[in-house]
Design a protein around this ligand. Structure first.
Ligand code: CO8
Length: 255
């Protein structure tokens, strides 16, 4: 299988392992990814790290060699399947972190955009160059990129096919941070900044922010009131507030 799933401490690590094709997303690899996300979602990892094998690419996008000459409806089903597999990643119960260790183009950047966070190594380069192939992104890029960097920047990147380096990605908010060294270690170091907090409460916070992106402000504020009340009702909230008052570190139990 071109996907490796392993456990490092309390974290799940998914590595795209097809370095001879710069980890390009064949249709089989996309199906494997979907099964892997199901497996991660059913487990107890506190965060998922996603990265690519080798030192050249996170993922160079959809496998262009497989796309050539496809019937129209097969192509549409392919886009829908990829979107559905990446939606599994987006909806995992734990936050996910894409560590971009080289090229993240097309479907590769779309995979990273479905993660909660993106970290860029100095050699990362990202973009949606589909237009240069006469194509339009099909795995969620036209929808998630504007939500991350704004419509004007997304249009610029999608219509010109221009790619950005790590520094620019951080500057425009496409990557959360520039990191260095081993990709998995960098992802885990970032995950440790939130992984000791209550997983359901982290989930409520993620849900509130996600809903902000496609809900009118008045409705979104109601969603926030509901989700913050739900968080308040958890045992972890009681423990967190008690720990503050008793001047000790909280012990959260995901309840
Ligand atoms: N698909 C298939 N093979 C690839 C891909 C790819 N996306 N990218 C690289 N490879 C292969 C190359 O063909 C080459 O294989 P071989 O040695 O057998 O010829 C090997 O990987 C190494 O690649 P290069 O020799 O090209 O390496 P370079 O360092 O010279 O260049 C680049 C690296 C710049 C990343 C270059 O490979 C490149 O431009 N790749 C294509 C990037 C791209 O356009 N990605 C977008 C693809 S389209 C997409 O993702 C969404 C389509 C719509 C989705 C809906 C589907 C149903």
């Amino acid at each position: 299988m071109a996907i490796e799933l392993k456990r490092v401490d309390e974290f799940a690590v998914v590595t795209l392992r097809r370095p001879e094709a710069l980890n390009a997303l064949s249709f089989a690899l996309i199906e494997d990814l979907g099964r892997t996300f199901d497996q991660v979602g059913g487990g107890d990892a506190r965060a998922l790290i996603v990265t690519g094998a080798g030192d050249k690419a996170f993922c160079a996008g959809a496998d262009i060699k497989e796309l050539v000459g496809r019937p129209l409806m097969a192509q549409k089903r392919g886009a829908e399947t990829g979107q559905a597999m990446f939606a599994k990643l987006d909806r995992l119960p734990m936050p996910s972190i894409a560590v971009l260790n080289g090229y993240a183009f097309g479907g590769g950047l779309e995979l990273a955009l479905a993660c909660t966070f993106r970290l860029a190594l100095p050699n990362a380069r990202m973009g949606l160059p589909e237009i240069k192939l006469g194509l339009v992104p099909g795995y969620g890029g036209t929808q998630r990129l504007p939500r991350v960097v704004g419509a004007a920047r997304a249009l610029e990147l999608i219509l010109t096919g221009r790619t950005v380096d790590a520094a620019e990605a951080v500057r425009i908010g496409l990557a959360n941070r520039l990191v260095d060294g081993d990709p998995v270690a960098a992802g885990i170091a970032f995950a440790r900044e939130f992984s000791r907090y209550s997983l359901p409460v982290l989930g409520f916070a993620r849900e509130a922010v996600t809903r902000a992106l496609d809900t009118p402000l008045n409705e979104g504020l109601k969603v926030e009131a509901d989700l913050s009340t739900l968080a308040f009702r958890t045992e972890d909230a009681a423990e967190g507030m008690a720990a503050f008052i008793e001047k000790r570190a909280p012990r959260f139990h995901d309840r």
